[in-house]
Design a protein around this ligand. Structure first.
Ligand code: GCW
Length: 695
C-alpha cells in the first residue's frame, strides 16, 4: 500500500521552487499551439536577445518540440517579434503604436495562407520583452490566446523592489537566507542566479531595484563598491531593470572626510555632485537614490536644522544633472514629538508639498504607522498635490509571521490601492501614485523567498505595479496556475484569498495594531511597555485598560488629515468599519457591535476564528496531496502546521493578557488558553531572523 502511494505521487517530479512561476511544463495536447519558428531578424539586439531566447526555451519545453529562430517567415506558422524598426514584416503590418507608452506591448494574431502567425511588438524592444513573457504566461496558465489585437501598458513608470540588504549579506527583515548580492565576490564574479532574478522581475514588469538597505551604509558609494554595483547593473540592464542605491545622508562626512553633511554647505553640495557624476561615469543609466533620513536614528537634514525638502533637494540637484531621481521616504516619527505616531508623516510632509525639486518622489508606506497586517491607507495619498508619491509596501512579512505563515498580500495591497481618497469623488489611492516599491522578500534560499507561497507576494508586487486594478484574486489565480498547475489553482487561490485576514484575526483583530514582540517582531507581545521609546511599545498602540481598548484618533486629531467623508465615517464608532474600529476609537469592552456581541466577545471570537482558518487551510492543502509534487507539498504542509501552532500561540497569549486588563471571563464556548499569561510572557527568541540594523 505504502509503495503504491509513493509510486503515484512520484509521477510528479520533485520541485524545489527555484524556477518560480516560469516552470514552462509540457502543455496538454489540446493546449499546444503550432509555432515552428520564431522570427527575430536582430536576435542580438538589446532586449530582443533576451526575448527570443526566453521564448525559445519556454516554447520548446511547453510544446515538446524544437523551435527554430530565424530572420524571415519561412514556414507559415510562427511567432514574429520585434519593433517596426527592427522587423520588416512588422513594419508592413503598420501597427499604430502611438497611443502606447514605450514599455507597452501589442499582440497581434494574423493569418497567412490559412496558418496562424502571432506577432509581438511594441514601440521599444523592452515592450517586446514584456510581451514575450506575457505570451509564455498565457500559454503556461492554460489560457487561450486572444483572437484579436491585445495590448498591455504599465500603469506606473516606477515598479521597484527595495532590498533591505546589508553589505555583509545580512538582510534586514529577511527570512530567505542571505542577500543575493555577494559584494565580496563582485565585480569579478557575478552569480548566474542574478540573471534568473532579472528574468523573474522582467516577467512581471519590475523595472528597477534598490540594492541596499534604507538603514544605509555609506560605503556602498565608495569607488570599489561602485564597480561592484556596475557589475550588477550590467547584468540586469538587458532585462530592462535599472539599479538604484540607498544614500546615507552623512556620507560626505563618513566617506568624504568633511566636517558636516549640512545640505546648505557648498562643500557638501559639491561632494554629492562629484559622487553622483562618478557613479554615472560607470553606470550611465543609474536610476538614483532612496534616502531614509531623520527616522529611527538615521542621519538627515534635521540634524542641521534643515527641512526634509532642503535635504532632498540638495541630493536631487546632483542627480538631476545626470537624469536620476531621488526617492525620499516619508516614514518619519519621533517620540519627542507629542503627537500620535500615525499623524507624524503627514504633519512633516504636507507643509513641504510644492517645495521639492521635480525629480524628488516622496515614498510613503501604504499605512500611516508601519507595515501592519491592517491599517487604513496613509493620509498622505491624495494630500500631496504637487509632489509625486510612490507607495511602499512590504513584501517580506516582518509583521505577518515571517516566511512560515501563509499570508498572500495581494488582498492587502488591493485594499489600500482601491481606497477612495475622498469619499465624494472618483480618485482612488492608486490614481495618486507614480509607482510602487516593494520591500523585497528575496534571498539566497533555493526557493528565493523562504517559502513557496511567499513567491506569490513577489509576483503580486510586479503585477499590481503594472496594473493596480487587476484584482488580487486574478493575480493569485495567475500565480497559482503557473506555480502549481491549472488543475489545482482553484483550491490554492481560495487558501490565498483568506490567508491575510486569518493573520489579522489571530494577531490583532478589529483594528488593533503593532502588538508584536520586541525587536524581531516574531510572536505576540501586546504587554510590552518598557522600550526606550514610547512609540515602539505595543501598549502605546492598543491603549487597553480596565475600562476599554483602542486608540482615540478623533481625540488625537489625526482623523483630520483625511478628506471629509472619511472623517465622518471613521469618526464615529457606529459608522467606522469594524475591522478598523480600535484603530480609530477607544471604546468600552462592553461596546456592542452589529453582531450584538461586545468588543471583548468579538475579539475572542476573532482570535479563535483566525486559528481555525489556518486549520481549514491545512485541511484544504492536505487534499492536494498527489496533485502537487511531493517535495513542495510536504514543505508547505509543514509550514502550515507551524502556522497553526503559532496562530494558537498568538491567541492563547493575547486573550489572558486582555483579561489581565479587563478582568472579564472568557466568553462561553471558547477554549481556555493552554498556558498562563506568565508563561507566554517568559518566551523569548533572541535569535529570531531578520533583526539587524547595521552592516
Ligand atoms: O518596520 C520598520 C522595521 C525596520 C525598518 C523600518 C523602515 C529598515 O522594523 O527594520 O528599517 O521599518 O521602514 O525604515
Amino acid at each position: 500500500m505504502l509503495m503504491l502511494t509513493v509510486a503515484a505521487s512520484s509521477s510528479l517530479l520533485a520541485e524545489d521552487g527555484y524556477e518560480l512561476w516560469m516552470r514552462y511544463r509540457l502543455l496538454p495536447k489540446s493546449k499546444r499551439v503550432a509555432i515552428s519558428q520564431i522570427v527575430c531578424p536582430n536576435p542580438t539586439d538589446r532586449h530582443l536577445k533576451e526575448a527570443h531566447s526566453e521564448l525559445k526555451t519556454g516554447l520548446e519545453s511547453m510544446l515538446g518540440y524544437s523551435v527554430k529562430v530565424g530572420d524571415k517567415l519561412t514556414k507559415q506558422d510562427g511567432l514574429v517579434i520585434g519593433t517596426a524598426l527592427s522587423n520588416e514584416f512588422i513594419a508592413g503590418l503598420n501597427v499604430d503604436l502611438r497611443p502606447f507608452n514605450d514599455e507597452a506591448f501589442v499582440y497581434l494574431p494574423t493569418t497567412i495562407n490559412g496558418k496562424r502567425v502571432h506577432v509581438i511588438t511594441g514601440q521599444d524592444q523592452l515592450g517586446v520583452l514584456y510581451g514575450a513573457f506575457w505570451f509564455l504566461r498565457q500559454l503556461q496558465s492554460g489560457k487561450p490566446l486572444p483572437n484579436k489585437r491585445y495590448y498591455s501598458a504599465p500603469r506606473y513608470k516606477l515598479r521597484l523592489l527595495n532590498h533591505w540588504d546589508n553589505l555583509n549579506r545580512s538582510v534586514e527583515r529577511g527570512y530567505a537566507g542571505q542577500s543575493i548580492w555577494d559584494w565580496h565576490k563582485l565585480p569579478d564574479y557575478v552569480d548566474p542566479r542574478i540573471i534568473d532574478y532579472a528574468r523573474a522581475n522582467a516577467s512581471i514588469g519590475i523595472n528597477g531595484t534598490v540594492l541596499t538597505n534604507v538603514n544605509a551604509n555609506a560605503m556602498v558609494l565608495r569607488a570599489d563598491y561602485i564597480q561592484k554595483t556596475k557589475a550588477v547593473a550590467d547584468t540586469l540592464r538587458p532585462y530592462g531593470i535599472k539599479v538604484y542605491l540607498t544614500a546615507r545622508f552623512s556620507a560626505p562626512i563618513e566617506l568624504g572626510g568633511l566636517k558636516t553633511a549640512d545640505p546648505l554647505d557648498p562643500q557638501v553640495q559639491q561632494w554629492w555632485k562629484d559622487k553622483v557624476a562618478e557613479i554615472y561615469r560607470e553606470i550611465h543609466d543609474f536610476g538614483g537614490f532612496v534616502v531614509k533620513a531623520n527616522s529611527e536614528g538615521q542621519p538627515g537634514p534635521q540634524n542641521y536644522g534643515r527641512s526634509h525638502a532642503e535635504g532632498a533637494n540638495m541630493i536631487a540637484d546632483a542627480l538631476a544633472l545626470e537624469g536620476g531621481i531621488l526617492m525620499w521616504r516619508a516614514f518619519v516619527y519621533d517620540d519627542k514629538t507629542p503627537v500620535d505616531r500615525a499623524a507624524q508623516a503627514y504633519n512633516e510632509f504636507k507643509p513641504l508639498d510644492g517645495k521639492f525639486r521635480s525629480n524628488v518622489i516622496v515614498q510613503v508606506k501604504n499605512g500611516p504607522i508601519d507595515f501592519q497586517p491592517r491599517e487604513p491607507f496613509s493620509p498622505l495619498f491624495g494630500a500631496l498635490d504637487k509632489t509625486p508619491a510612490l507607495m511602499e509596501v512590504q513584501v517580506t512579512k516582518e509583521y505577518l509571521g515571517f516566511a512560515t505563515h501563509l499570508a498572500y498580500l495581494g488582498t492587502m495591497w488591493q485594499e489600500a490601492l482601491a481606497s477612495p481618497t475622498r469619499l465624494r469623488g472618483k480618485e482612488k489611492v492608486l490614481d495618486t501614485l507614480t509607482g510602487i516599491a516593494g520591500v523585497s522578500n528575496i534571498g539566497s534560499d533555493r526557493n528565493w523567498c523562504g517559502s513557496h507561497f511567499d513567491q506569490a507576494n513577489w509576483y503580486a508586487l510586479g503585477r499590481l505595479a503594472w496594473e493596480p486594478t487587476l484584482g488580487a484574486t486574478k493575480v493569485a489565480d495567475e500565480w497559482a496556475r503557473l506555480t502549481f498547475g491549472t488543475a489545482v489553482a482553484k483550491p490554492v487561490v481560495s487558501m490565498m484569498i483568506r490567508s491575510r485576514e486569518a493573520v489579522v484575526d489571530y494577531t490583532g483583530p478589529l483594528g488593533l495594531t503593532h502588538l508584536m514582540a520586541t525587536g524581531h517582531h516574531y510572536g505576540p507581545g501586546p504587554w510590552v511597555d518598557n522600550l526606550g521609546r514610547a512609540d515602539w511599545n505595543p501598549v502605546y498602540f492598543h491603549r487597553g485598560d480596565r475600562d476599554g481598548i483602542g486608540f482615540d484618533r478623533v481625540g488625537a486629531g489625526t482623523l483630520k488629515q483625511y478628506a471629509p467623508g472619511w472623517r465622518e465615517i471613521w469618526g464615529k464608532p457606529e459608522t467606522a468599519p469594524e475591522n478598523l474600529l480600535l484603530w480609530f476609537h477607544h471604546v468600552p469592552w462592553s461596546y456592542r457591535l452589529l453582531s450584538g456581541k461586545t468588543v471583548w466577545e468579538e475579539m475572542v471570537a476573532r482570535y479563535t476564528h483566525g486559528v481555525s482558518e489556518v486549520a481549514t487551510m491545512r485541511a484544504e492543502w492536505a487534499k492536494l496531496k498527489g496533485k502537487i509534487d511531493a517535495s513542495r507539498h510536504l514543505q508547505i504542509s509543514e509550514f502550515l502546521k507551524i502556522q497553526e501552532k503559532e496562530a494558537k500561540w498568538w491567541r492563547d497569549a493575547s486573550i489572558p493578557y486582555w483579561q489581565s486588563l479587563n478582568g472579564l471571563p472568557l466568553p462561553k464556548g471558547f477554549d481556555v488558553p493552554e498556558h498562563s499569561l506568565d508563561y507566554y510572557k517568559s518566551i523569548f527568541h533572541p535569535y529570531a531572523p531578520g533583526n539587524t540594523h547595521t552592516g
